[in-house]
Ligand binder design. Structure first.
Ligand SMILES: C[S@@+](CC[C@H](N)C(=O)[O-])C[C@H]1O[C@@H](n2cnc3c(N)ncnc32)[C@H](O)[C@@H]1O
Length: 294
């Protein structure tokens, strides 16, 4: 049995390898960075935070910032952004996208956990867009990040799966959705993707990770199939004095599957927007406490 540190390192290495393969096509392929509906959701969430943040200079940490989708939306609002990402290939894409948009940001090639433990910096907004399920131990990262958010500041996380009510239904849905997304956006990977799926069926489960590992993606998106417990993540934040808004909603990589999933609810994602409480915001209009479903 390997130590949690060694398992965590393997997941980090898998992310580096995975994004080396897909960094260049990420923006066309990944719905959270390309679908109009999700872009509107991100813009609206940032607007809500902006309305509740204290006035003045806003400093953000975009954890696992990837190709820069959320980073650029933050920069658009005049915020100062540090992007930390373990993948040098994704950071290269982000640098180019940020520069094309006419902005500058600070780029750090590191794992989130190591970045946090090697500095004392604090931020007004710390964001994870489609990142928590890539971390071996997301709860530990949330515990580490919570005290680094300034009073009145925000923790924001989006695009992470919740544990499915039926693993079989979720698995069928996920595979079909991915195959359709490949046909639409990544035809070159259509046959290799099918081969990977069949290979996985024949491979023995990895003893420590309790899954067949046919390619880096099987470890990189570590909690993609099992989901994350959004309630316990919210509890960690509550313990640090955050007011929580938590929402679950149906997802799909393709419009067809998203429409079907609104009825089926085979795969749900969650988002958490949490504001760190502070004596002065108790007297102001603060984040409306709610837990909801779309
Ligand atoms: C699905 S992408 C999300 C990218 C971007 N946030 C977005 O919304 O499109 C996940 C990103 O997290 C990064 N990542 C994964 N594990 C990480 C870790 N431990 N530390 C820092 N970045 C990590 C990956 O390299 C990748 O860029």
């Amino acid at each position: 049995m390997q130590s949690p540190e060694s398992m965590g390192s393997q997941v980090i290495s898998a992310n580096v390898a995975f994004y080396k393969e897909i960094a260049k096509k990420y923006d066309q392929y990944e719905s959270c960075a390309s679908e109009e509906f999700y872009q509107r959701m991100l813009e609206s969430d940032l607007d809500k935070m902006k309305a509740l943040l204290p006035p003045g200079r806003i400093r953000c940490l975009d954890c696992g910032g990837g190709s820069g989708n959320l980073t650029i939306k933050m920069l658009n609002r005049g915020w100062i952004v540090t992007v930390v990402d373990v993948s040098p290939d994704m950071l290269e894409v982000s640098r180019a996208n940020v520069s094309t948009a006419g902005y500058t940001a600070e780029f750090v090639n590191d794992s989130i956990y190591h970045f946090l433990s090697s500095s004392q910096d604090t931020f007004d907004v710390v964001a994870f867009s489609s990142v928590l399920h890539h971390l071996y131990s997301p709860q530990d990262v949330v515990k580490e990040v919570a005290p680094r958010i300034k009073p009145g500041g925000f923790f924001y996380s989006n695009f992470d799966p919740v544990p499915p009510s039926s693993r079989l239904l979720a698995s069928c849905f996920y595979n079909l959705d991915t195959i359709l997304a490949n046909i639409l956006h990544d035809r070159e990977d259509f046959f290799p993707g099918i081969v990977r799926r069949f290979r996985k069926l024949t491979l023995a489960r990895h003893a420590d990770h309790e899954r067949a590992v046919a390619s880096p993606g099987d470890l990189a998106e570590y909690h993609a199939r099992t989901g994350l417990d959004d309630r316990s993540i919210a509890e960690v934040l509550e313990q640090h004095g955050f007011l929580i808004s938590r929402q679950r909603y149906p997802v799909g990589r393709t419009k067809l599957m998203l429409g079907a999933n609104r009825k089926l609810r085979a795969l749900l994602s969650f988002k958490i927007m949490a504001q760190r409480n502070d004596a002065h915001i108790l007297h102001q209009e603060s984040l409306v406490l709610k837990t909801g479903n779309e």
